[in-house]
Design a protein around this ligand. Structure first.
Ligand code: TYD
Length: 135
């Protein structure tokens, strides 16, 4: 699927443990304006279920595991497993995403290219399909 891709971040490990580095415009393809993280979601919960007109995201399971299903609204879909603290998935704007299958210890860190603006969310799938095909 166009542009959606897994990223691998540089790791520094020594006998004290590990350190993972994520720098804006270097390890992720945007300046990071916002972070949030999601934890305490049960295994049967589906989160996300929206597209963003403007915001690009990188999702990293810094602890535990989850899955992300991405749909482009043009008939393509892909499922990614987030299961290592030094990998993430890059999601461009205008893709539909569902996050699910959260492990009990899942902490899903999200880096965003924009500040929060509820107006740029598309929360109805049919509206998303219409909008993406009219671009
Ligand atoms: P929501 O978009 O439903 O979370 P998810 O990304 O899992 O789909 O957000 C949950 C609530 O938090 C909702 O009321 C909007 C609010 N919220 C903010 O105020 N700022 C933010 O940056 C985010 C991501 C959510």
């Amino acid at each position: 699927m166009k542009e959606v891709k897994m990223l691998e971040f540089p790791q520094r490990g020594d006998n004290r443990g590990r350190l993972v580095i994520v720098e804006g415009m270097q390890d992720v393809p945007f300046e990071i304006k916002r972070i949030f993280y999601i934890y305490g979601s049960d295994a049967d919960v589906v989160r996300g279920q929206h597209a963003n007109r403007k915001t690009e995201f990188v999702l990293i399971n810094v602890s535990g595991t989850s899955k992300v299903k991405v749909l482009d609204g043009k008939g393509n879909e892909a499922i990614f497993s987030l299961n290592r603290p030094h990998t993430g998935i890059y999601l461009p704007n205008m893709v539909w995403k569902d996050m699910y299958d959260f492990s009990p210890d899942s902490v899903l860190l999200v880096l965003a290219s924009e500040h929060y603006d509820a107006e740029e969310y598309i929360r109805n799938y049919d509206d998303f399909v219409k909008e993406v095909n009219n671009e």
